[in-house]
Design a protein around this ligand. Structure first.
Ligand code: 13P
Length: 341
């Protein structure tokens, strides 16, 4: 294993001012996104939409890497350039989602899931590396209530995340370890703090036991916040404060970067809360983004599946990328929202 190469890639993904675009929506998820703009989810529409994102001028200043889906890593731009090459030519690193989704966890309550996809993973990683992937993503999910997640679900998912991470490193691919405690629910921010801490504690315990080199990994967690249905919502300052307190206790300093998922926060919340955390830096790790919805929502709405709107979609994406780039150094202000929109 070439640990130095893994470290170089991990550090490049969290280079100052930059973060990751998660464009790895599975077939079901991209259909949901397209349904919201009344566009049919055909292979060519998916390809055209991803091309819009990947060819946005200026985005490479703020986007270090893109997470692709299996279909996307095999697709090409309209002029025939394979997407991983197109991205590499622009200095953007290709990543790949390798889990095959969350499935019911046997003998657990119906809201608890285990992420599958370990069978055959070693061979798939070899193929993805040949296709140009330098990092990967695996997401474990956790429903949060007064009593969930169970210790059983926390342990099972931590074990799978660590098995995935070890296989990635063996293949020369940086694993993004993504334990996502859902933001849906009526739980308090204090409950999110307790659950996120327990989940991270189990994840780092398993990563250690399974001999994963933390220097060549990234963590992709949820921010610590109150459930969307909670009567009392936390301020951005409270979210930043409790998130940082949680990560400082649970995430070893050997991890080069924490790259947040957006999880259904508004674009502005996702940017503002990341900014708030970075304002009080430096921290032991780089604090960055690996947003799906919070980077793409305005672009999707501007595009609407119409080739005539590609320029407008790209403008919207470049704008969001720039604002999140600013949040990397705590220099974002709400005033910037209106600037180039
Ligand atoms: P969201 O930012 O839309 O939550 O997506 C990020 C992601 O990759 C979830 O796995």
């Amino acid at each position: 294993m070439d640990l130095d190469a893994l470290i170089t890639t991990a550090q490049a993904l969290v280079a100052p001012g930059k973060g990751i675009l998660a464009a790895d929506e599975s077939g079901g998820t991209i259909k949901k996104r397209f349904d919201s703009i009344k566009v049919e989810s055909t292979e060519d529409n998916r390809r055209a939409y991803r091309e819009l994102l990947f060819t946005t001028d200026g985005a490479e200043e703020y986007i270090s890497g893109v997470i692709l889906f299996d279909e996307t890593i095999r697709q090409s731009s309209s002029n025939g350039t394979p997407f991983p090459k197109l991205l590499a030519d622009r200095g953007i690193i290709s990543g790949i989602k390798v889990d095959s989704g969350a499935h019911p966890l046997a003998f657990a309550g119906e809201d608890e899931a285990i992420t599958e996809g370990l069978d055959g993973l070693r061979e798939r990683l070899t193929e993805y590396k040949e296709l140009g992937a330098r990092f990967a993503k695996w997401r474990g999910t956790y429903t949060i209530t007064d009593v969930l997640p169970s210790e059983y679900a926390i342990r099972a998912n931590a074990h799978a995340l660590a098995r995935y991470a070890a296989l990635c490193q063996e293949a020369g691919i940086v694993p993004i370890v993504e334990p996502e405690v859902f933001m849906e629910g009526s739980h308090s921010i204090e409950r999110a703090f307790v659950v996120t801490s327990a989940v991270l504690d189990a994840v780092y315990d398993e990563l250690f036991r399974q001999r994963v080199h933390l220097e060549g990994t990234l963590l992709k967690p949820n921010m610590v916040l109150a459930g969307y249905d909670a009567a009392e919502q936390a301020t951005d300052e409270q979210v930043a404060h409790l998130s940082l307190a949680c990560f400082k206790r649970c995430v070893p300093a050997a991890v080069p970067g924490i790259v947040f998922l957006s999880g259904g926060q508004t674009d502005e919340q996702a940017t503002s809360r990341l900014n708030e955390m970075n304002k009080s830096g430096p921290h032991p790790w780089q604090l960055s983004f690996s947003y799906g919805r919070a980077l793409q929502a305005p672009a999707l709405k501007a595009w609407l599946g119409d080739p005539a709107n590609v320029g407008a979609g790209q403008k919207a994406f470049a704008h969001r990328a720039r604002l999140n780039g600013a949040a990397r150094s705590g220099s974002y202000t709400p005033k910037m929202e209106g600037e180039a929109a």
